[in-house]
Write a protein that binds this ligand. Structure first.
Ligand SMILES: Cc1ncc(COP(=O)(O)O)c(C=O)c1O
Length: 375
């Protein structure tokens, strides 16, 4: 996978094995680019891709949303925060229990960060901590892969406190439900619907989405005059071409993810484990709560057997050097989840034998731990 070091030995069962559209599936769209000679800057493929995603959400009863396609999920988060706050600055609350990208987006949007703990069930920001925070202007909530959570209480809380709400829904292409706040989906190669690098910002507020489009293009409004300090966050026609081909194949891709996650659940269930967050929606993550602080040990044991598993967000963002000096409140849930949660290999062609091998190592490692506790 892209982010492993080139010299690292390839594990027998890698963490991810993305499968994006094949060359033949891309070809009709690439030919359209040859014809139009329009390669980026809101070309015809990009505009059609945004409309297709919006139609897809509406057809699935997931609300009427405007959609901006951008260069990556991280770019989408930065733009969503910028669109909400402009040059205002201030402090943004965010969970430490998330991928580094969520944290990286905050200073890139000109904000200071303050880490809050999460709810142990949903992993959404702890509402008490949000209520108690002083002098804050924004709240980022992260929704775990494939989950359609009821974020209404967080919406209300953000409104009561006058906070701009942005939802990091990186692995939620199949579950995101339009609301007024911007929700950001990643189209990274390792996500359920991937284009390589790309992202979507989804919102029922068309003015917000339009502002995000402008900010993604240097803040240009009419012509080439910057009205706001934006960035280059555009998605190219080539990425949009992959997006179209990925959408063409989505029903089959989706079935694949869902069938494999059902199989995983069945096989892990034999050892008393289950994947977290069963919402019946496709996603590319397969996480297990070990119930005991054994995540590091399990990752090591799996590695010995040629299986690349991960502690999804390490010890939490607040423990990573880039963010360690940032202020935070008490983080007991984050600290506990960091020790208990493992992310297992997962891809549409992960076969039953590989799943059984993973389940076996999990069961043996936990059995050994239980036996050690009893002696
Ligand atoms: C929770 C979370 N937020 C944000 C991102 C960033 O998305 P991207 O890689 O498209 O920038 C990711 C990517 O994996 C993620 O998992």
């Amino acid at each position: 996978v892209a982010d492993s070091a080139p010299s690292a030995p390839t594990p027998e069962i890698p963490f991810a094995r993305p499968r994006l559209p094949r060359a033949a599936e891309l070809l009709p769209y690439l030919r359209q680019i040859d014809e139009s000679r329009w390669y980026t800057n809101r070309g015809p493929l990009l505009c059609a891709f945004e409309r297709r995603v919006s139609d897809h959400l509406r057809a699935e009863g997931r609300g009427t949303a405007d959609v901006a396609a951008v260069a990556s999920g991280t770019t989408g988060l930065i733009l969503a925060l910028k669109a909400a706050l402009g040059e205002r600055g201030g402090t943004c609350l965010l969970p430490s229990w998330t991928f580094a990208a969520t944290a990286c987006a905050v200073p890139a949007a000109g904000l200071h960060a303050y880490f809050v703990d999460v709810d142990p069930e949903t992993w959404l920001p702890d509402r008490r901590a949000v209520k108690d925070a002083r002098d804050v202007v924004a709240l980022v909530a992260m929704t775990p892969g494939g989950v359609r959570l009821d974020i209404e209480p967080w919406r209300r809380l953000a409104a009561e406190r006058g906070l701009a709400l942005v939802v990091d829904a990186a692995d939620c292409f199949d579950s995101v439900q339009a609301g007024a706040e911007p929700q950001v989906v990643s189209l990274h190669a390792c996500k359920a619907l991937g284009v390589g690098e790309g992202g979507l910002v989804v919102s029922s507020n068309t003015a917000t989405v339009e502002r995000i489009r402008k900010l993604a293009s240097f803040g240009f409004s009419q012509g080439r005059v910057s009205q706001a300090a934006g960035i280059n966050g555009k998605m190219s026609e080539y990425a949009a071409a992959v997006g179209h081909a990925a959408l063409d194949g989505w029903p089959e891709t989706r079935r694949g993810w869902l069938e494999r996650s059902q199989a995983y659940r069945g096989i892990l269930g034999g050892g008393g484990f289950d994947l977290l967050f069963d919402g019946g929606h496709a996603c590319a993550s397969a996480m297990v709560d070990l119930g005991r602080p054994l995540a590091a040990e399990v990752v090591k044991a799996l590695a010995v057997h040629g299986v690349e598993a991960r502690r999804p967000w390490g010890d939490g963002c607040h423990r990573q050097p880039a963010f360690a000096a940032w202020p935070h409140g008490p983080l007991p849930v984050t600290e506990a989840l960091a020790q208990r949660i493992v992310a297992l290999p997962f891809y549409v062609d992960l076969d039953d034998a590989a799943m059984a091998k993973i389940a076996g190592v999990l069961a043996r490692t936990l059995q050994a731990d239980r036996a050690a506790l009893q002696t």
